[in-house]
Write a protein that binds this ligand. Structure first.
Ligand SMILES: C[S@@+](CC[C@H](N)C(=O)[O-])C[C@H]1O[C@@H](n2cnc3c(N)ncnc32)[C@H](O)[C@@H]1O
Length: 395
């Protein structure tokens, strides 16, 4: 459970967490003594003004809790844009780039600068960001850094698009931040992991029988794996994934959806030895496995079942375009150009920094293999962008 070596928060951060604990406690009491773990995760991350993503914690980058690919530098965004520019060009004047969950805005900034440099600017750059705090940070960053005519192309959406559009939908590390349902196998029963309070009033795990819908999707996974889960097996599942994809992609008439995240194909996600799931908590660059620790001050994430994502995308009528590691995707989409640009840098310290960035993005022990890319297409061919190292046979 919690590593006692985790750094203690300051008084202000602790008080913030205590306010969130009080809000979650009220929901537990109103819920008859327990709430589903997915509800706990939703509140811990997104409770308005209090959740980890909704409040003002630093989160991203060296001074925060974790580093994402766009936070390392511009190379990741530039390769993604190189892969998607032909799609936007083919769609023409009305092409839109929609970024989900834009975090600090680092991807959007690098992407818009690269679009501008390469003369491939889409008609509009939409951002869909549920956190008011992050949305404000993105607006400040992009307004201050971009020329006015490029900033004018940015539009923050309040909801998923409800009218037809054409273009590209992109999400880096968003699915891992969706509230995950945790299930446990006890005897012949599927149970749902919930959060309640122990005798001292502290949060603790409790279980309740799964409802029919959860039971059925867990049993469907077992059928797909051709083996029942063992006694005590606990893991995560995203019952909301098909509806989530349907809501964000329903109005995309022609274009591509591209998702980057850490995850596994289903068979590897639910390996028998992965008996406690894939949930990871990030707190000041330490990864640990106690989601009940200091709510509001740490990120909670679960790996992505890429087989479930492939099913959800194709059920929406999209054609599967490909599935590969992040390293293969970047190599297939302009990594050599990034490396050539680094060689031309005279400042040795900057050249070293940029080499480190490429290593982190691509080495198997860093983000190169743990992070994977899945693409879908509708009315356009994107399979070239996903050509190298196609892993679809593992799904
Ligand atoms: C781990 S951060 C990744 C941020 C950024 N994409 C990056 O790579 O640095 C997760 C992001 O997804 C956002 N998010 C969470 N749920 C979302 C949803 N349902 N739709 C869109 N964005 C969401 C969070 O607010 C946050 O900006």
């Amino acid at each position: 459970m919690t590593d006692t070596a985790l750094p203690a928060p300051g008084p202000e951060a602790r008080a913030h967490s205590e306010r969130l604990v009080a809000a979650i406690t009220a929901q537990i009491d109103a819920g008859g003594g327990a709430i589903a773990f997915s509800r706990f995760m939703d509140l811990a991350l997104y409770a308005p003004g209090l959740g980890y993503y909704s409040a003002g914690a630093r989160k991203f980058g060296a001074d925060g809790d974790f580093v994402t690919s766009p936070e390392l530098g511009a190379a990741f965004a530039e390769c993604v844009i190189d892969s998607l520019s032909p799609v936007l060009r083919e769609i023409g004047n009305e092409a839109v780039f929609l970024e989900l969950g834009a975090g600090s805005g680092a991807f959007a900034l690098a992407a818009l600068e690269h679009f501008s440099r390469t003369g491939t600017m889409p008609a509009q750059y939409w951002l869909l960001e549920p956190s008011a705090d992050l949305r404000e940070r993105q607006q400040i960053l992009l307004r201050d850094a971009l020329p006015a005519e490029d900033f004018a192309r940015c539009r923050w959406l309040d909801n998923e698009p409800t009218t037809p559009w054409r273009g590209v939908l992109f999400a880096n590390e968003v699915i891992d931040a969706l509230p995950a349902t945790r299930f446990v196998i006890r005897g012949d029963e599927v149970r749902e992991q919930c959060v309640g309070r122990d005798g001292d009033g502290n949060f603790c795990f409790v279980e309740r029988p799964a409802d029919a819908a959860l039971r059925e999707i867990v049993r469907a996974v077992e059928r797909d794996l051709d083996a029942p889960f063992a006694e005590g097996y606990c893991s995560e599942i995203l019952p909301q994934l098909p509806a989530w994809i349907a809501a964000i992609a329903e109005q995309l008439q022609q274009g591509v959806m591209l998702f980057v995240d850490y995850g596994y194909p289903r068979r590897e996600f639910y390996l028998p030895e992965r008996r406690d799931g894939t949930l990871v908590c990030h707190y000041r660059h330490r990864a640990h496995n106690d989601p009940l620790f200091l709510p509001g001050l740490q990120d909670l994430t679960a790996f992505v079942d890429f087989t479930a994502l492939a099913e959800a995308g194709t059920q929406m009528g999209f054609e599967f375009a490909g599935y590969c590691t992040q390293a293969s995707f970047l190599i297939n989409n302009g990594l050599a150009d990034r490396l050539a640009a680094i060689e031309a840098i005279n400042d040795l310290a900057e050249r070293y920094r940029r080499h480190q960035e490429i290593k982190k993005l691509t080495l198997p022990g860093e983000m190169g293999e743990r992070f994977q890319v899945m693409g879908f297409q509708r009315g356009i061919d994107f399979s070239r962008g996903m050509m190298l190292g196609d892993l679809r046979r593992r799904l």
